[in-house]
Design a protein around this ligand. Structure first.
Ligand SMILES: Nc1ncnc2c1ncn2[C@@H]1O[C@H](COP(=O)(O)OP(=O)(O)O)[C@@H](O)[C@H]1O
Ligand SMILES: [Mg+2]
Length: 465
């Protein structure tokens, strides 16, 4: 079963050829200007015109900033590397902040490596394996002959022990169309020849029929791999080895290793063996980074090995972490200077209703009309996210009473079970003396405007509370 994530209903930006957004498209609702801007960014990224630039998605919590970034990743497609981190991850990994950022940046740059290999490709006419007369040893076969053909030629190859083994392992028989990699001896079965399809009456549905290849038996074939620079780093750092790629436990990578890789990649590019594919690094909740990270990023995006940086922040004018200065979105001015800013706006009631409907469909949950109306009201008055959680939990309550459709009663019950932030804050205000570290008196003394900017809770709680 596929897990349903918070953004799994989003399949793209929902734009047409002219980048005009449909009111609802590919799981996204409304937010038309931001979506159009994101579409333009995707085009710029794909044409390589956005290198060394950065984008900030700014807007209140729950206005779809992360959703928009995920939609961009979908629109860019699988060939463009897209790395997503949350700013706080930078502080929690077992490595320095700059190392964590460097790894994230290098994960977001792909290297497309072109390799030419010599292959032999043809249809097996005959495979003849000689069995030695004295079959005492475990080596049963010693020699053999393989006849391969294309539509134009036919050749007999002498087989060594190794080839015979791999032919037997792949269960190659006459009528198969195969490829042999000359350098490694690797055999790949492409399918069975159409010409011979009548010879077999018991053909399973999993047999693929292919044409007999034409032209020469031997040819050069280009294979393309895309790996990220980070993967090349890990494989080449001696302490780590490629196994670290699977464990994810890469530790710090020495700068000498990286320098060498950069030189090597530059060489490959000059020789036309490799191309760079600048991808996207998305840093969510970017105001959680501190001034050291920001100055590092500022420098990093200037390098010619830089991905496109997309950040999201829900802060207004607030402290830059690690300093006593305030700045818009909590970002230093020199970084702000390079940014293209996309803003997301709060949703209308109709849009909230449509997003909730899409989520009900995504989670495969039937909801009555009046229950949906209630959910929408809750979504407007508390938060979109809270309403989304209620869908899932009310469905469980509904299943418990063996209902088939979530109704108003189910939602009321879960609404009573789980507080939203507003009610939770009210409870806190009433009973704060009984909690540990009751700090509410301290914060009340500070200037309320300043508090609204710097306190994350304030941003979430509607103004009247
Ligand atoms: N325009 C939209 N269309 C569909 N779903 C949306 C839209 N905006 C937000 N959502 C969904 O609402 C939830 C909250 O949005 P999110 O992107 O996490 O907000 P933010 O990152 O701005 O705080 C997510 O599950 C998201 O997928
Ligand atoms: Mg978010």
């Amino acid at each position: 079963m596929e897990r349903i994530g918070a953004h799994s209903h989003i399949r793209g930006l929902g734009l047409d050829e002219q980048l005009n957004p449909a009111h609802i498209g590919q799981g996204l609702v409304g937010q038309l200007e931001a979506r159009k801007a994101a579409g333009l960014l995707v085009k710029m990224i794909q044409s390589g015109k956005l290198a060394g630039r950065a984008v900030l998605i700014a807007g209140q919590p729950g206005t779809g900033k992360t959703a928009l970034a995920m939609a961009m990743a979908q629109a860019l497609g699988p060939d463009t590397p897209f790395t997503k981190i949350t700013a706080s991850e930078v502080f929690s990994l077992g490595m320095s902040k700059t190392e964590a950022l460097t790894q994230a940046l290098r994960r977001s740059i792909g290297v497309k490596i072109h390799e030419e290999t010599d292959i032999i490709e043809g249809e097996v006419v005959e495979l003849q394996i000689d069995r030695p007369l004295s079959s005492q040893s475990s080596e049963i076969t010693h020699s053999g002959k393989l006849t391969l053909k294309t539509t134009e030629m036919e050749t007999v190859y002498d087989l060594g022990v190794k080839m015979i083994k791999s032919l037997q392992k792949e269960k190659v028989t006459s009528g198969d169309v195969i490829t042999i990699d000359k350098a490694t001896g690797k055999i790949t079965k492409l399918g069975r020849s159409f010409a011979r399809s009548r010879d077999f009456d018991a053909t399973g549905s999993n047999i693929r029929f292919v044409q007999t290849p034409d032209g020469e038996l031997q040819r050069r074939k280009e294979v393309v791999h895309v790996v990220s620079i980070h993967e090349i780093d890990v494989i080449n750092s001696r302490q780590q080895g490629f196994l670290a790629l699977f464990s994810g436990d890469t530790g710090e990578i020495k700068s000498e290793v990286r320098e060498q890789i950069d030189i090597k990649v530059a060489e490959w590019r000059e020789e036309g063996k490799a191309e760079l594919v600048p991808g996207v690094l998305f840093i969510d909740e970017v105001h959680m980074l501190d001034i050291e990270c920001f100055s590092f990023i500022n420098k990093a995006i200037e390098s010619d090995l830089a991905p496109i940086l997309i950040m999201a922040s829900n802060r207004g004018i607030t402290n830059i972490r690690g300093t006593k200065y305030k700045a818009p979105h909590g970002l230093p001015l020199d970084l702000l200077d390079r940014l293209l800013i996309v803003t997301t706006k709060p949703y209308s009631e109709k849009e909230v209703d449509e997003i909730l409907r899409i989520r009900c469909e995504e989670e495969d949950i039937a909801v009555t009309k009046s229950a949906r109306a209630l959910l929408t009201r809750i979504g407007m008055e508390t938060s979109l996210r809270y309403a989304m959680y209620l869908i899932t939990s009310s469905a469980l309550v509904c299943a418990k009473r063996s209902g088939t459709e979530v109704d108003v009663e189910d939602i009321k019950r879960t609404y009573a079970l789980f507080s939203d932030v507003k009610r939770s804050t009210q409870t806190l205000a009433e009973f704060h003396g009984e909690y540990m570290f009751s700090a509410i008196e301290d914060t009340q003394r500070t200037d309320s405007q300043q508090q609204a900017d710097s306190d994350p809770m304030q941003a979430v709680v509607p103004a009247e509370s």
